[in-house]
Design a protein around this ligand. Structure first.
Ligand code: 1PZ
Length: 215
């Protein structure tokens, strides 16, 4: 299962999965997108159990996508583009309100996609931060600018509390496990544009199909 993966984490692993996320014709390969998220969850878990309410939700969503990749219809789920097309063409998505397809791939991936924007903003702040910058502040700023718009008050409150116990920048860099701070900054410089491109391509696909507000 997703949760019982090897807990030893290295941030470069995440980088390498996002590197292979886009196909030659710039489609988002679902299996690699899912692998990228598995790595992120591993990272989140290594930060401590305060974050488990967050990783539980992410694990649930990844599991939904993993299951779709295993079903008879899996050939339609090679890329996010083909998934959206297939689910829309076969009326497998609840468009205006929750109905008979509360766990469509398209709606599930949208939640992760919104979180990816938070990640992009957070990692960019981390990249340009100085030694005495606070991870909790960078994290909260990135959250308030992105994912918070989609969360009710109680979730925003819980997230805010969790951010407060994030380790400081030096310890956070340690958990990333890529080497000295200069190396971390270099790896972030590679990761942010990759994540950003995957985000942009998905965003355009969802916008074009009017899917940005799926219930
Ligand atoms: C490094 C510190 C980690 C901070 C992570 C910042 C994100 C905070 C998100 C807190 C929300 C968790 C509770 C779940 C809320 C769900 O209701 C929503 C909407 O799903 P729905 O209810 O509609 O099915 N879920 C989400 O928004 C997806 C959240 C995924 C968060 C993944 C974070 C991954 C962090 C990677 C760490 C590098």
């Amino acid at each position: 299962s997703v949760a019982s993966d090897d807990p030893k984490f290295c941030f470069e692993e995440v980088l390498s999965t996002f590197k292979v996320c886009l196909s030659e014709d710039k489609a988002v390969i679902l299996e690699n997108y899912v692998s990228g998220w598995r790595g992120l969850i591993k990272f989140l878990n290594s930060l401590g159990s305060v974050f488990s309410f967050i990783s539980k939700d992410a694990i649930n969503k990844i599991q939904i996508l993993v299951n779709l990749l295993k079903e008879d219809t899996h050939s339609h789920y090679m890329t996010v583009q083909s998934m959206v097309r297939y689910e829309l063409d076969n009326s497998l998505v609840d468009i205006d309100k929750r109905g008979s397809h509360p766990e469509s791939g398209t709606r599930t991936l949208l939640r992760l996609h919104r979180a990816l924007r938070w990640l992009e903003l957070f990692l960019e702040r981390l990249r340009i931060s100085s030694e005495d910058s606070k991870t909790s502040v960078m994290c909260a700023d990135a959250y308030n600018e992105s994912l918070a718009h989609y969360h009710p008050w109680v979730v925003r409150k819980a997230a805010g509390l969790a951010f407060c116990v994030l380790p400081g920048r030096p310890a956070f860099f340690e958990v990333m496990n890529v080497g000295p701070p200069e190396k971390v900054v270099a790896v972030l410089g590679e990761a942010v544009p990759l994540i950003s491109e995957v985000y942009q391509i998905t965003e355009e696909l969802y916008a074009k199909n009017n899917l940005l507000n799926l219930p």
